[in-house]
Design a protein around this ligand. Structure first.
Ligand code: HEC
Length: 142
């Protein structure tokens, strides 16, 4: 019953949010998934915190501008190990980019697909992610 209501509400909202965002087949689903799986760390507004979770706001799409950044976004543990199927994860990651950092999404960006994330998440980053992240961030344009 509750799931049915949520679904109905989601359909109404998704219908209202045209024109769509590239690679986002269901914006309302993405928002709910973000609330349930991501915002505890990254905060509802994507601001993160200074200690543990990085901001997504005005930041996350910059990774798409440096070599290796696209793969990094699919392999960070918060993304790669999320309890979502590949299609829903692609929907969520594409939504995250446009929701929090549309200004840095490069022209000609190809949205993540379920197939791409299936491959990337098979190889989640572990301790190496800290150094990799620092190297990528150092390459961002100022
Ligand atoms: C337990 C806290 C936590 C959760 C939950 C979490 N993240 Fe993260 N996220 C992090 C941390 C910490 C990093 C920095 C890289 C690292 O050390 O894993 C990060 C990095 C990222 C990055 C790469 C950008 C960057 O600045 O490093 C993206 C994209 C991202 N998270 C998205 C998500 C999404 C989408 C979800 C929900 C499916 C999620 N995260 C859930 C803590 C979290």
């Amino acid at each position: 019953m509750r799931a049915g209501l949520l679904l109905a509400a989601g359909l109404v909202l998704a219908g209202a949010s045209a024109p769509g965002t590239p690679g986002v087949y269901d914006a309302e689903q993405a928002h709910v998934d973000y609330m349930l799986k991501c915002q505890g760390c990254h905060r509802p507004d994507g601001s993160g915190d200074e200690q543990s979770s990085p901001p997504l706001h005005d930041m996350v799409a910059r990774f798409l501008t440096v070599p290796g950044g696209r793969e990094f976004l699919g392999r960070v543990p918060g993304v790669a190990t999320a309890n979502l199927d590949d299609r829903r994860l692609a929907n969520l990651l594409n939504w995250t980019l446009y929701r929090f950092d549309p200004a840095h999404v490069p022209t000609g960006f190809r949205p993540y697909t379920a197939e791409e994330l299936r491959t990337l998440r098979q190889d989640p980053l572990r301790l190496d992610r800290v150094a990799m992240r620092a190297r990528l961030v150092a390459g961002f344009a100022r």
